[in-house]
Design a protein around this ligand. Structure first.
Ligand code: A2R
Length: 313
C-alpha cells in the first residue's frame, strides 16, 4: 500500500507538473471519473489536501471533511469558496507572481494582434487573397497611443511596463492610488473616455462583476479597443456584443469568457473586429510548470502544518 498522502486534484493541469505531484502524493483525479461521489467517498477519511485548477466549492469540502489545505492552481481564486474554507479552518493558497510576466506578455500580444489584425492577416495570406486581391486593408497603430489598465497589481504593473516600452501613455484605475508614474483615475468610465485601449486585469468575483459595462464600453468608443485577460465576469458580455455589433466599440481581444469553454456565437461571428483566445495567457510550458510546482509546495507545506508559501486566507 502506498505511504504517500492522498491528494484530490479537481481539474487537469500541465502533465509534467502533475507527474512531479505524483512523486509526493497519491493523486486522485476527479475530472477523470464518472463516479465523482464514489471517488470522494473512498478518500473521505484519508484525504487532507485538495489541489484545484478551477473550482472548489463547499460540496467538495463537505465530502472531504479531513481536508487541511486547498492549493489552488492559478492566481485568481474566484472559483474557490474561500469563505467556507476559512470558516472550517482550511488553508487556501494560489499561484501569484510566477505567471505575471507571462500574462503581461500575452496581454501585449493580444493588443497587437487585435489592433494590427495579425490573425486576420494570417487568414488573408492562407486564403490566397494577397495574390488575388492585393494588399490587405491598413490597420491602426499601437505605439504612441493611450492605454488604461483596469487593475494595477502584480500583473497590471508588468503590463504597464511593457506598454511604456511601446511608448504608450499609461493610465490605470484601481480602488487605491499607487505610487507609480502613471495617471490615476478613480473613475473607470472617465479613464475609458480618455484612452484608446482598455486592458482589464482585475480579479474576478462579486466586487468586479460587470465593471466593464455599457457605460464604460460607450466611453471607450467606436475607435476604442478592449483587451480582457482578467475574468469573463469582469465584462458584461451581452453589452460587449451589442457595443461591437452596433459599432459603439471598435474592437476586442478576449482571452476569458463568462461560460468557458463556451464562447457566444455572436462573438465567433465577428471575425473582423474580435480576436478570441482559449484562456491561454499563462499557458506556456515554463509558467505552467512553475505554477504546478508552487501548488505542490503549498500542498506539502499545508500537510506538514507549516505556513503556506502563497496563502490566500
Ligand atoms: O483596487 P485595489 O487598489 O485593491 O487594486 C487591485 C485591483 N482591484 C480593483 N480595482 C478596481 N475595482 C475593484 N473592485 C478591484 N478589485 C481589485 O486589481 C489591484 O491593483 C489589482 C489586483 O492585483 P493582484 O491582487 O496583485 O492580482 P494579480 O496577480 O495582478 O492578478 C489579477 C487577476 C487574477 O485575479 C486573475 O483573475 C487574472 O488576473 O489572471
Amino acid at each position: 500500500m502506498s505511504t504517500k498522502p492522498d491528494l484530490l486534484v479537481v481539474s487537469p493541469w500541465y502533465h509534467v507538473a502533475m507527474k512531479e505531484l505524483e512523486d509526493h502524493f497519491t493523486v486522485h483525479k476527479l475530472w477523470k471519473t464518472d463516479d465523482k461521489a464514489g471517488m470522494l467517498a473512498a478518500i473521505a477519511d484519508s484525504c487532507e489536501a485538495i489541489a484545484g485548477a478551477s473550482i472548489c466549492g463547499a460540496d467538495i469540502m463537505d465530502a472531504l471533511p479531513k481536508v487541511k489545505v486547498i492549493a489552488h492552481h492559478g492566481v485568481g481564486y474566484d472559483g474557490v469558496d474561500v469563505a467556507t474554507a476559512t470558516a472550517r479552518g482550511i488553508k487556501v493558497s494560489n499561484t501569484p507572481d510566477v505567471l505575471s510576466d507571462e500574462v503581461a506578455d500575452f496581454a501585449l500580444g493580444l493588443l497587437l494582434a487585435t489592433c494590427r489584425k495579425i490573425p486576420h492577416a494570417d487568414r488573408y495570406v492562407r486564403a490566397g487573397k494577397w495574390e488575388s486581391e492585393g494588399n490587405m486593408a491598413f490597420t491602426t497603430r499601437v505605439h504612441g497611443r493611450k492605454v488604461g489598465i483596469l487593475g494595477l497589481g502584480r500583473i497590471g504593473i508588468e503590463i504597464a511596463r511593457r506598454c511604456e516600452a511601446f511608448k504608450m501613455d499609461v493610465a490605470y484605475h484601481t480602488r487605491s492610488k499607487r505610487d507609480v508614474p502613471y495617471t490615476y483615475y478613480d473613475d473607470l468610465a472617465a479613464m475609458a473616455r480618455d484612452v484608446d485601449f482598455l486592458i482589464a486585469i482585475v480579479p474576478g468575483g462579486d466586487s468586479t462583476k460587470h465593471m466593464v459595462n455599457r457605460v464604460v464600453l460607450d466611453a471607450l468608443g467606436p475607435d476604442g479597443v478592449l483587451i480582457n485577460v482578467a475574468r469573463g465576469s469582469v465584462v458584461d458580455e451581452q453589452a460587449l456584443i451589442e457595443a461591437l455589433r452596433d459599432g459603439r466599440l471598435g474592437a476586442a481581444g478576449l482571452d476569458v469568457f463568462d461560460q468557458e469553454p463556451k464562447v457566444p456565437q455572436a462573438l465567433k461571428d465577428m471575425t473582423e473586429n474580435v480576436v478570441l483566445q482559449p484562456h491561454q495567457a499563462s499557458a506556456t510550458h515554463e509558467t505552467r510548470l512553475a505554477m504546478g510546482r508552487l501548488v505542490m509546495e503549498n500542498a506539502l507545506a499545508g500537510l506538514a502544518g507549516k505556513p503556506l508559501i502563497t496563502p490566500v486566507n
